[in-house]
Structures are given as structure tokens and as C-alpha cells.
Design a protein. Structure first.
Length: 131
């Protein structure tokens, strides 16, 4: 098995608010699973393979340190539409569109919980070569 990203987790102060945000902005399907306040995330469209994730309550591993992790970027078809959805659903754009020649256009946003997320509209040639 190759070393591909297979699962991610979003940590939230207000899990219901974050659930509403990600469903509205990226059209992800988020369903309860396991303990209260824990949800599974299905990215992509119904019936296609996807990267799965979890939405859960934010935890501080050591008081005052916050959650440490790594940043993820979501591939999108229409960056302008995503930007509009982000602001309409309580998020903020923290970096305006930046063009990476030969790759695509990238923004960074903060979700309703203050998590930083990338969103990139990939150039078709780049996407065809790598995805």
C-alpha cells in the first residue's frame, strides 16, 4: 500500500457549528459515529473513493499548548464559489488567492473553530498528472 493520506481529523470547540460549516462549504457528508460529539466525514461525491475524516471535540494534550498537527488543502472546482461559501457560513479568508504557476490558485481560510485550511483550484494539467 502506498503512503497516501487516508484519514484526517478536524478538532472543534463547537462540533455542531463546525459540522454545519464543512457541510455547507465543501458539501461533505458528516454523520454521527461512536461516542457523543464524534462524527465521520466523507469527502467527495456519493459512490466515489474518498479520503475519510473525523470531526471531534478539540483536546489540549498539555494545558496551554493547543493541538499540534499538520495542514491540509482541499481541492476545489471553483475557488471563488468556495470563498463565498466560507464567508457566508462564518469562516474567514486569511490569504487571498495566490497563483502557483503550473499548479493552481490557493487560498487559506479559518473555519468557524479557528482551524487553518487550504483550498486550491488545481490547473487541469497538474490535476491530470497527479490525481
Amino acid at each position: 500500500m502506498a503512503n497516501h493520506l487516508r484519514f484526517f481529523a478536524i478538532h472543534a470547540e463547537d462540533v455542531e457549528r463546525a459540522k454545519t460549516f464543512y457541510e455547507a462549504v465543501f458539501d461533505w457528508r458528516i454523520t454521527p459515529w461512536g461516542p457523543p460529539g464524534f462524527y465521520l466525514i466523507q469527502t467527495g461525491t456519493e459512490g466515489e473513493k474518498h479520503v475519510g475524516g473525523a470531526l471531534q471535540q478539540r483536546h489540549e494534550p498539555v494545558t496551554g499548548t493547543g493541538m499540534k498537527g499538520f495542514e491540509c488543502t482541499v481541492g476545489v472546482d471553483d475557488l471563488a464559489a468556495i470563498m463565498a461559501k466560507v464567508t457566508a457560513n462564518g469562516g474567514t479568508i486569511v490569504m487571498q488567492p495566490y497563483t502557483i504557476d503550473g499548479v493552481g490558485r490557493l487560498i487559506y481560510l479559518h473555519d468557524t473553530e479557528g482551524n487553518r485550511v487550504g483550498a486550491m483550484q488545481y490547473d487541469p494539467a497538474y490535476a491530470a498528472a497527479f490525481f
